[in-house]
Design a protein around this ligand. Structure first.
Ligand code: GNR
Ligand code: NI
Length: 166
């Protein structure tokens, strides 16, 4: 297992569209293990493959305190249950030090494959609904700052370019 480097905004690779996973092989399992280790090391609650410069549709999430509840989503598809929105203060491992309130649909249904290629379907609410939407956005090259005003985004961009954290 290894800890992978997390791309930082405004790295252009964060804008790539991730490709559908076709092979549920050992290589996929190794990538998932590395992503779980990287998420834990960075103290995140989720990680999309795009953030570690792997452009395949792989997401890991763990909302537990002690990283005892890893959830894997391969090739996730989302449907929105109704138009009700909830606001959460979001952060992103690719945009360290920035936290903003973002509104997203409160309840979503996700269909995805697990690491073995078995398809499952589940409904999510609360922080889990927010997190899975944030991660699916990453796979599509989208970041939470894209929901902010252009002025706010420009300020964050300048702040990030100056920071040595990259
Ligand atoms: O660690 C993370 N916390 C978080 C908090 C609120 C909404 C979304 C997130 S995801 C983030 C990790 C990350 O950047 N995943 O892409
Ligand atoms: Ni993120």
């Amino acid at each position: 297992m290894s800890i992978l480097q997390i791309l930082k905004y405004p790295n252009p690779n964060l804008r790539q569209q991730a490709k559908t996973v076709e092979k549920f092989d050992q290589n996929l399992k190794l990538t998932i293990d590395d992503m779980l280790e990287t998420m834990k090391d960075a103290k995140g609650i989720g990680l999309a493959a795009t953030q570690v410069d792997i452009h395949s549709r792989i997401i890991v999430i763990d909302l537990s305190e002690d990283y005892s509840d890893p959830q894997i989503f391969i090739n996730p598809e989302m449907s929105i249950v109704d138009k009700t929105l909830s606001a959460y203060t979001e952060g992103c491992l690719s945009i360290p030090g920035v936290q903003e309130n973002i509104e997203r649909p409160s309840v979503v249904i996700i269909t995805a494959s697990d690491a073995n290629g078995d398809i499952f379907k589940a409904e999510y609410t609360g922080l889990m609904a927010t997190c899975i939407q944030h991660e699916i956005d990453h796979l599509n090259g989208k970041l939470f700052v894209d929901y902010l005003s252009p002025l706010k985004r420009q300020l964050i961009r300048k702040k990030m370019k100056k920071s040595k954290a990259n």
